[in-house]
Design a binder for this molecule. Structure first.
Ligand SMILES: Cc1cc2nc3c(=O)[nH]c(=O)nc-3n(C[C@H](O)[C@H](O)[C@H](O)COP(=O)(O)OP(=O)(O)OC[C@H]3O[C@@H](n4cnc5c(N)ncnc54)[C@H](O)[C@@H]3O)c2cc1C
Length: 549
């Protein structure tokens, strides 16, 4: 790509107005990636300019200018995509910041759908719904300030009911400015006058909406979302098993109940012998029990079972949440107890409470907000609380563990089976040993359930190492080791920072990289000058591919 010339900047200014083209270093500072793997080094992506259009037509004009001057545009919907690359794109590129496009175009509480522009944040749509007294819920991720469109396009996830937690999966209908500057609509939106744009995603023929997620195939200027009807009540209860090796039976039982639509909320697993920063006391010393268990490497199942027993209590505990009318959630909870008791030996249950919805303002303060679709920034002040749905009681129990907990920015997808999960834990632990960093993964780390049918398992990277060039290098090495070992075992992250996207995309190499080669052919055809986010998830335009693989 050519450096951004003064002629290109003048053409951007003509398209969006002088005040909406930023080049001063101070104005570009907020676009830096605060979690960069190259923070403060030459390799850190630093944009040359930011351009802020106000309409799809202005976006199209900016794209036309980018083609004329061969400038790379990196779209952001105004958020910061923290942990996954920020907004910076690549050095010398131009940020296409869509935060001025922040109109809420429609919210239909009868059809339970919304249509928004990219700059609309979770806070803004929530306020709109509340002000208008509409009886629909959002599903929110931790950053309430973030863009709904940005989060969905990076395959983000949230905290409420089943499929709504998968934000790209619950999107329906997009308007897109293509890399050649045309404005298209996907699905039923391509049918002039269609009223079902937000109801039926596919239209007729191939569905190109998928190319926009983690894609670099267009700039989304409108996006529809399916919303959840406001439920009447929320029930919260725990099921526990007494034996560590009954994890398999528990996973099967809960998976059955989730897929059958009985357990409707997000399941939150814990292992009673679990500590979020395994092995470390808040003072930094090793926890004696855990250190003993892990001293000779990954322990055998009998060793784990014995050790878990010494720690007493339930071996695995899953917190389940149910949304719907009171009678329905109570019947679901009753069935859960019958089903789990019939399939897991010595299972026990703890009913916590049923709350009528919406919550009172007092209750809103008491409970983790994500489970109720309430946007928040709580996790930014207290990272330790971000990983769990909580009752007040849980918070009390877990706060004692807070000091060591940190973010898991290597988050891999694992099939929802005990065998796969245990294997992934072992691979992560062995990767930490290989990298020579303090181990955090033990057989007691629980699976995370944001996506409805898959487990995620995480391990920290940046939080362990970020800061100086040395620490950055350590972080990159650690990430590389996780990725090498996990992908060799058949597991991979579902998202990555741009610094790691080539590596990640290169791991999806089935049949001599057939998928990546197909993506490249599509990129070459759709974006001949490679002006939209070149390199996003490993897909480079032809002119920039040489020597990369
Ligand atoms: C403490 C903490 C907690 C977090 N918790 C969560 C969580 O609960 N769930 C979760 O999913 N993530 C989480 N994240 C990760 C991330 O910050 C969020 O996913 C965030 O919501 C991403 O959205 P954004 O508005 O910042 O995205 P943006 O930066 O606006 O967009 C994300 C990316 O999508 C692409 N994109 C954006 N807009 C467009 C467009 N209009 N057209 C084409 N491409 C576009 C760009 O590549 C962009 O970099 C967390 C991060 C931190 C630091």
């Amino acid at each position: 790509m050519a450096p951004v010339s003064s002629q290109a900047l003048a053409a951007f200014e003509a398209a969006v107005g002088k005040a909406n083209v930023l080049t001063a270093p101070a104005a570009l500072e907020p676009y830096r990636d605060t979690h960069s793997f190259h923070w403060g080094e030459a390799g850190e992506a630093r944009a040359a300019a930011a351009v802020l259009p106000a309409s799809a037509e202005e976006v199209a004009a900016v794209v036309n200018t980018a083609n004329q001057f061969k400038v790379a545009l990196y779209p952001t919907s105004g958020g910061q995509n923290q942990l996954y690359g920020g907004a910076a794109g690549a050095t010398g590129g131009v940020i296409l910041d869509l935060k001025r496009m922040n109109r809420i175009l429609a919210v239909d509480a009868g059809r339970n759908v919304a249509l928004v522009e990219p700059g609309v944040t979770y806070f803004e749509l929530y306020k709109h719904i509340k002000d208008k007294g509409l009886k629909v819920w959002l599903d929110v991720p931790d950053p309430g300030w973030g863009s709904m469109v940005g989060n969905a396009l990076d395959h983000g996830v949230g905290y409420t009911y089943g499929g709504f937690r998968d934000h790209f999966g619950s999107a329906c209908g997009m308007e897109v400015v293509t890399p050649t500057g045309e404005i298209l609509r996907t699905g039923m939106g391509a049918l002039p006058g269609s009223g079902s744009w937000q109801d039926f995603a596919y239209g007729a023929g191939p569905d190109v909406a998928g190319l926009m997620g983690q894609g670099g195939f267009g700039i989304v200027t409108k996006m529809g979302f399916k919303l959840m009807p406001q439920p009447e009540a929320w029930l919260n209860g725990f099921a526990s098993c007494q034996h560590y090796d009954d994890f398999d039976a528990m996973v099967r039982a809960i998976g059955h109940l989730e897929d059958a639509g009985i357990v409707t909320g997000r399941s939150v697993w814990t292992c009673t012998a679990y500590h979020p920063f395994e092995g470390n006391l808040p003072t930094g010393e090793r926890r004696p029990g855990r250190a003993e268990l892990m001293a000779k490497g990954w322990p055998s199942l009998p060793e784990i079972v014995k050790h878990a027993r010494q720690h007493g209590g339930h071996a695995w505990r899953v917190n389940m949440q149910f949304y719907g009318p009171r009678e329905t959630v109570e019947a679901q909870w009753a069935h859960v107890q019958d089903y789990v008791a019939a399939n897991v030996r010595e299972a026990t249950f703890q009913y916590i409470e049923t709350l009528d919805l919406p919550l009172t303002p007092e209750q809103e303060k008491r409970f983790a907000r994500g489970a109720f679709g309430l946007p928040t920034l709580a996790s930014f002040g207290q990272p330790s609380l971000a990983m769990f749905e909580k009752t007040a009681k849980d918070i009390e129990e877990e706060e004692e563990h807070a000091p060591g907990q940190t973010f898991t920015d290597f988050l891999a997808v694992v099939s929802r089976t005990a065998a796969a999960f245990m294997r992934a834990q072992q691979v992560l632990f062995e990767s930490q040993i290989e990298a020579g960093v303090p181990w955090t993964v033990t057989p007691y780390q629980p699976p995370l359930c944001w996506f409805p049918r898959a487990f995620l398992i995480g391990a920290p990277v940046i939080a362990l190492t970020k800061g100086t060039p040395d620490a950055n290098a350590k972080a990159r090495r650690l990430y590389g080791i996780y990725l090498k070992n996990m992908t060799a075992a058949g597991f991979a992250p579902y998202r990555a920072s741009p610094a790691m996207q080539d590596l990640l995309a290169g791991s999806f190499s089935y049949n001599d990289n057939a998928l990546l080669r197909f993506h490249e052919r599509l990129k070459d055809a759709a974006d001949p000058n490679g002006v939209i986010a070149p390199g996003r998830y490993g897909v480079w335009p032809k002119a920039m591919r040489k020597g990369r693989r």
